[in-house]
Design a protein around this ligand. Structure first.
Ligand code: PGA
Length: 255
């Protein structure tokens, strides 16, 4: 059975004080739901502080990005070695990274390999644009992206990574996909993974849905068999909403 995983992507929000307060306001609520893997992804500068707060808890920490080199002259970038010891997860290939910083599937794939080498679990994001969706290209786009970001991974690695299907038109718009629609695309991603790494690793691979998930609509997604959790943006900045999403996930998955 795949352990459900809910990750909060705080994006470029909260200073250190705000990050500490936000964690403190959700800690007890999150701790009460151990059957779901819970991951917080605050901005880089807050990772150390949040890590200290999470030390004796079952809540995991993730970064929002990483550069695919061990060290060197890459001004402003953060290496996997800097994250290791602080974080267990790292979000890679988020659509905002692709859109504003020109990241490609090939570059994201390099990051995935580097993260795994350093024992960081990547949460790898893919998803189609509104134009692609409306042109009926979702399956083709998502298949191409999944093949690209998973290229060269062996079965063991595919079973360890987390993927997030995030249709770009659903991110931050208050206009989520339907549970059924997301379930169908995520099933397709699992088929692509099976084609690359075999059915066993594809069955172990956890795939989240992301895009305007809230406490109100989480049940629709978590009730779907292919959907193993959520990558949550806006609602992860509200303690009550984020805790409710985790609680709803535990109920829907029976954990
Ligand atoms: P959202 O963001 O929940 O605010 O739509 C999701 C994401 O970008 O991961």
């Amino acid at each position: 059975m795949r352990i459900p995983i809910i990750a909060g992507n705080w994006k470029m929000n909260t200073n250190v004080d705000e990050a500490i307060r936000l964690v403190e306001s959700m800690l007890d609520g999150l701790e009460a739901v151990p059957g779901v893997e819970r991951v917080l992804c605050p901005p880089f500068v807050s990772l150390t502080y949040v890590s200290d707060l999470l030390v004796e808890t079952s809540i995991r920490l993730g970064a929002q990005n990483m550069y695919p080199a061990d060290k060197g002259a890459y001004t402003g970038e953060i290496s996997p070695g800097m994250l290791k010891g602080l974080c267990q997860y790292v979000i890679l290939g988020h659509s905002e990274r692709r859109q504003y910083f020109g990241e490609t599937d090939e570059f994201v794939n390099r990051k995935v390999h580097t993260a795994l080498t350093h024992d960081l679990v990547p949460i790898i994001c893919i998803g189609e644009t509104l134009a692609e969706n409306e042109a009926g290209q979702t399956a083709a786009v998502v298949t191409r992206q999944a093949r690209g970001v998973l290229a060269g991974l062996n079965g063991d690695q595919v079973s360890r990574v987390v993927m997030a299907y995030e249709p770009i038109w659903a991110i931050g718009t208050g206009r989520p996909a339907t549970g059924e629609g997301a379930n169908q695309v995520i099933g397709l991603i699992r088929e692509v993974a099976a084609g690359l790494a075999g059915p066993g690793p594809a069955q172990a691979l956890r795939i989240q849905y992301g895009g305007s998930v809230t406490g109100d609509n989480a049940a629709e997604f978590m009730g779907q068999p292919e959907i193993d959790g959520a990558l949550v943006g806006g609602a992860s900045l509200k303690a009550d909403q984020f805790v409710r999403i985790v609680q709803t996930t535990a109920q829907a998955k029976g954990v």
